[in-house]
Every structure is written in structure tokens, then in C-alpha cells.
Design a protein around this ligand. Structure first.
Ligand SMILES: [Zn+2]
Length: 75
């Protein structure tokens, strides 16, 4: 009888630990990454690219260091 009671308590502890871990995983997965990964346009070649890959120079956004050096295309 005592062994069954101990087993029941262990099962309850194990279930609560798994439940907490699942809730923690859900909370970690929830932050949206769409804000960081917004698209920006290169001022030189007009190509769209993720903002974290963009090169920023004098307030303009470029797709690469090469296009940043060439600057905004005037034509
Ligand atoms: Zn470009």
C-alpha cells in the first residue's frame, strides 16, 4: 500500500515537471521574429532583402558593401 502511494506521488511529480517544461517551451517559441525579419530595399539595385542582411550607409539601405560604396543609383 505504501509503495503504491509513493509511486502515485512520483507520477504526480513527473507529470507536473513535464507540464512545466511544455509550458516553458511554448513560452520560448512565442516571441515573433517577423518584426526583425522585415524586408528592406537596396537603394542601388532595388532588390528586397531581410533587414538584418542590409548594409546601412548615410541613412540609405543597401544589399551589399559594394552597392553601399556605389551609393544610390540616380537613373
Ligand atoms: Zn544592391
Amino acid at each position: 500500500m505504501l509503495a503504491r502511494l509513493v509511486l502515485l506521488i512520483l507520477v504526480i511529480i513527473a507529470v507536473s515537471l513535464v507540464w512545466r517544461r511544455l509550458r516553458g517551451m511554448r513560452r520560448r517559441a512565442s516571441p515573433p521574429r517577423t518584426v526583425d525579419a522585415r524586408a528592406v530595399r537596396c537603394a542601388h539595385c532595388q532588390v528586397y532583402l531581410p533587414s538584418q542582411d542590409a548594409v546601412l550607409r548615410e541613412g540609405e539601405v543597401f544589399c551589399s558593401a559594394e552597392h553601399a560604396a556605389r551609393g544610390r543609383r540616380t537613373s
